[in-house]
Design a protein around this ligand. Structure first.
Ligand code: ATP
Length: 941
């Protein structure tokens, strides 16, 4: 059927035409059959670079073209050996480049797949979360606030549903969806309010819908070609290195021209100097740098995945290392989000509830005396509302719902849900806060199933972080009851009465105060508190909107639940402190609850401030900027407050990492330097806005990601130092020798070989170097720090110059003792250059010196260096290779000379560092030192 008309059909007709069941959905078998027929629910991908194209791309490089030119000229001049060797080097270089880029490309693609969307689908009558690509027409799906609609759908049931369709219609105001039939055949997409479209976002409410089109058949599919954008995902560092690379090409070419000119002026043969020039230019230009940076980034990202942090935007890897503040949600990120009700307050009395986690065993007691909740009208109502105003599901670990009969029977006998002999463990599907209320109910024998016969839900006003409450309207014995639960301080405004000593009485000021005191007493013990209320609806009264339903309520009481902090978080917060990163808690929960948990976790220092949403709203931006550095906890905030907090911190010069899970958190996540979404509880909207997703929702994972981010950046600095110092050394040897009119210290093939073998492998091994032990004891790096900062430029130049001078010295000394044996001196120079670089590579691992780190720690590096040494020996000693590389055998005396001169650059500088007392003093970075309100950079002192 043409999709044009789905909006003109009634829900029943759509269900009939799709041959599905509105409640139990398709069967698994039918879904599989339809998937085979319709194909997967994906938009066809843009063109992928095929491996062959990638391989061919390697030979388009400017440097390769120069080498090809050199091969041709050598061939034309009859120097076939040179021509073949250069050709072999081109091919090997190409293959190495291909392997590097292919790996990088593959891991980037794997990253994309990791963040693939999912959908909640009903099949065989059961709700399951499946990959959105497996949806088929006829599937019944469930949608809630924050979901990305996974296919084109016709709504069957909606509860205050709003969908943002700007991706399709350009209209950014969310559309209120409904289920009635629309008659105009050519109604524009934006007016088809009974349809939902792939790729649009649910901003509020919940819905049940039937899939009417998937993949390229959807409205989005029709314009897929238009929206396919190629996201290059290059990081700022990669851009800067690209520019640096261009500059280096110019410098290297200029120096090469000078070397060649000087050589020819001093009587060197023109062909020899031409080859030497080409080789030098090729060797001096770090053309492998971008690929190695990509590999280091990609491998680092894979390490992050192992540590449960999924990077969605590559540039954030760099920014992570600069993070100076982490703003974290409380529930689920700092805490376990495993709620257990431990206290109840009703009618002025406080009750305790025993039991562990989600196990449905426990008792309600008052001053040690067991209470039968079913015989206490207020407690019974409290528990009932908790179970009715609830969307969570309690499942046995084996997967079955808790048997209501057993619970009823146990309850009838006055016991908790089951006897200890038949202990079962339970888990929660859905919101843990609601799960805790289900567990509470089942401890007193009250389950959803046991209430189902008497109460039927007719309407729901879903929970959202703005209202901080949820309500349902249920039908009961011919009448309707509104059941509400939510944040006590806010719900109080909706209440006119209270259940007090068994009677409904007006909620007077005194009673209000009593309730608030009970709320605060619980919150101070780090409990999350929910108030529960109800109202009997009069027959003719309308209950269609939240305003109509949630007013004149009768407060029943409070439920206080513990949510233990995650064990690893305390250490992670300490690590942050040592790393100069401030942790800020931003939560929708009560101020006292937040403060108590912040103290437990070590977030709140003695002079740290806690403020709530109301106080924040009353502050001007200037006021906030002035105080924001002292505030460690923001409580009872609405999601939109988060954006103000991020902006204020950024104005103070901070690099902000911000977590979030809901739809309304998306703007703050986007605005933060590193937006972090929750993999488990996060909505699709928040994930799409984020640059990092935590697959375990855990704060400690953010710290792990920051550590990796810092390490990746340091590793990039390490191999930049190694490659550039090597290049400086190579150019200098040739440059000085030519200027002084000496013979060529290195023949062209040797230079090409050094470039290929000595540079590539060790540099890659540096890219995966383990971090230095004090990595998380240093202050964050300023965001605008130059890559050559912290003396890196000096190190490159000093080591490079020393490597060049030492190589030249070894060459000159050998030549002086055996003036007729140029090949011997060249072989010594070659070996000295290679060995000096291979020793220097270990020095690059440390910000201090070679003596400050265990040389054998990076096994890949040791292996790379050993294989480079093996290859060097092969080139020197294998008879067949000697004519190619123009080498000769070296004796012990020569090797002694080689090793002494090769060691000088590293050991001399290392000894200097040790004598100076270790590392040059670290600079202390003080944040927020700029003018208040100005976008100040960190001040370095
Ligand atoms: P965060 O995750 O941002 O640290 P939070 O999860 O504690 O904070 P919200 O989920 O916005 O914050 O909850 C705020 C308040 O809303 C809670 O303190 C609680 O009183 C109330 N609340 C939470 N969940 C529900 C729910 N499912 N139904 C009704 N009220 C709820």
């Amino acid at each position: 059927m043409s999709q044009q008309r789905w909006h003109q059909l009634s829900t029943q007709d759509v269900i009939r035409l799709q041959k599905t069941d509105a409640l139990s959905g398709l069967s698994d078998r039918e879904a599989k059959r339809r998937l085979e027929a319709a194909g997967p629910n994906v938009l066809s991908e843009g063109v992928r670079i095929s491996p062959i194209v990638l391989l061919l791309n390697q030979f388009k490089d400017f440097m390769v073209l120069v080498l090809v030119g050199a091969t041709l000229i050598s061939g034309l001049l009859g120097e076939y050996l040179d021509a073949i060797t250069i050709l072999a080097i081109i091919v090997m270089n190409g293959i190495l480049g291909f392997i590097q880029e292919y790996r990088a490309e593959k891991s980037l693609r794997a990253l994309k797949e990791l963040s693939a969307p999912t959908a909640k689908v009903i099949r065989n009558g059961e709700v399951n979360e499946v990959g959105a690509h497996t949806l088929v027409p006829g599937d019944i799906i469930l949608l809630e606030s924050g979901d990305r609609i996974p296919a084109d759908v016709r709504f069957l049931e909606v509860n205050s549903l709003y969908v943002e369709e700007s991706a399709l219609t350009g209209e950014s105001v969310p559309v209120n969806k409904r289920i009635d039939t629309i008659l105009e055949e050519d109604a524009p997409l934006g007016d088809r309010r009974n349809l939902g479209f792939l790729g649009t976002m649910v901003t509020r409410g919940t819905a049940r819908a039937v899939v009417i089109a998937t993949g390229m058949d959807t409205e989005m599919g029709k314009i897929a070609d238009l929206i396919q954008t190629t996201d290059a995902m290059a990081t700022p560092l990669q851009h800067r290195l690209e520019q640096l690379g261009k500059l280096l090409i110019v410098i290297a070419l200029a120096l090469t021209v000078m070397v060649v000119a000087a050589g020819i002026m001093h009587g060197q043969p023109a062909y020899g100097m031409f080859l030497a020039g080409v080789s030098l230019a090729v060797a001096a230009i770090p053309e492998g740098l971008p690929a190695i940076v990509t590999i280091a980034l990609a491998l680092g990202v894979q390490r992050m995945i192992k540590r449960k942090a999924i990077v969605r935007k590559l540039p954030s890897v760099e920014t992570l290392g600069c993070a100076s503040v982490i703003c974290s949600d409380k529930t689920g990120t700092l805490t376990q989000n495993k709620m257990t009700v431990t206290h109840l307050w009703s009618g002025g009395s406080l009750y305790e509830v025993s039991g562990l986690g989600y196990e449905p065993y426990g008792e309600i007691t008052q001053q040690g005396k067991r209470i039968d909740a079913r015989r206490d009208s207020a407690l019974r109502r409290l528990l009932q509302v908790g179970v009715l105003c609830n969307n969570a599901v309690l499942v046995e670990q084996s997967g079955e719902a808790v048997a209501p009969k057993a619970a009823m029977k146990a309850a009838k006998e006055g016991k908790s849900a089951a006897s200890p002999g038949t202990k079962k463990t339970c888990d929660i599907k859905g919101d843990p806060t609601e799960g805790a209320l289900l567990v509470l109910g089942s401890k007193a024998g009250m389950t959803r199933q046991s209430l189902a016969g008497m109460y039927t839900r007719v309407k729901e006003f879903p929970f959202d972080a703005e209202r901080k409450r949820m309500s349902v309207v249920v039908q009961h014995q011919g009448g309707r009851i509104v059941c509400v639960k939510g944040a006590p301080d806010l719900l109080l405004d909706q209440c006119s009465y209270i259940l007090w000593e068994g009677n409904v009485v007006p909620l007077t000021g005194t009673l209000r105060q009593k309730m608030m005191a009970a709320n605060e007493a619980m919150a101070k013990q780090a409990l999350r508190v929910l108030a529960l209320a109800y109202r009997d609806v009069k027959e003719h009264e309308s209950c269609d909107t939240e305003e109509e339903a949630e007013r004149g309520l009768t407060l029943i009481g409070l439920a206080g639940m513990i949510d233990p902090p995650r064990e690893e978080v305390k250490d992670a917060i300490l690590t942050c402190k040592q790393a100069g990163i401030k942790t800020v808690m931003i939560t929708g929960d009560h101020q006292l609850t937040a403060e108590a948990i912040a103290k437990q976790l070590g977030i709140l220092p003695r002079n740290g401030k806690v403020i709530n949403g109301k106080q924040l709203a009353a502050m001007s931006d200037e006021d906030l900027d002035e105080k924001v550095d002292q505030i460690y906890v923001f409580a009872r905030v609405a999601p939109e407050h988060k954006l103000r907090i991020v902006k204020s911190l950024q104005r103070r010069g901070h690099v902000v990492a911000m977590t979030g899970d809901g739809v309304n958190d998306a703007p703050a996540i986007k605005a933060a330097d590193i937006g972090i979404a929750m993999g488990i509880t996060g909505t699709d909207v928040s994930k799409e806005a984020s640059s990092l997703v935590l697959s375990d929702d855990n704060f400690a994972t953010i710290v792990a990601a920051i550590e990796e981010g810092r390490n990746i950046y340091e590793n990039i600095r390490k191999f930049i130092r190694y490659l550039l110092a090597s290049n400086v050394g190579e150019i200098l040897v040739m440059f000085i020798a030519m200027m002084l009119g000496m013979p060529l210290p290195l023949v062209p093939i040797m230079i090409l070989w050094v470039n290929l073998v000595t540079d590539g492998l060790p540099a890659m091994a540096l890219g995966i170097d383990p971090s230095e032990s004090d990595l998380m004891k240093q202050k964050p790096r300023p965001a605008k720090e130059n890559i050559f900062a912290r003396r890196l430029g000096w190190k490159i130049l000093s080591r490079g110059v020393l490597i060049g001078l030492c190589t030249l010295a070894a060459f000159w000394l050998t030549l002086k003792s055996e003036p007729d044996h140029l090949s011997l001196a060249q072989t010594v120079a070659f070996a000295t250059l290679v060995m000096a670089q291979l020793i220097h590579v270990f020095d690059c691992r440390s910000s201090r010196s070679i003596f400050h780190r265990n040389v054998f720690e990076n096994k890949y590096l040791v292996l790379a260096v050993l294989s480079s040494i093996g290859l060097l020996l092969g080139v020197i000693y294998i008879d067949a290779l000697q004519p190619v590389f123009k080498t000769v055998d070296l004796g012990i005396r020569e090797w002694a000379l080689v090793l002494v001169f090769a060691g000088i650059p590293t050991f001399l500088m290392g000894a200097g560092s040790v004598l100076r007392g270790g590392a040059p003093k670290k600079k202390k970075i003080i944040y927020g030192g700029g003018m208040p309100g100005s976008k100040s950079n960190p001040v370095i002192r």
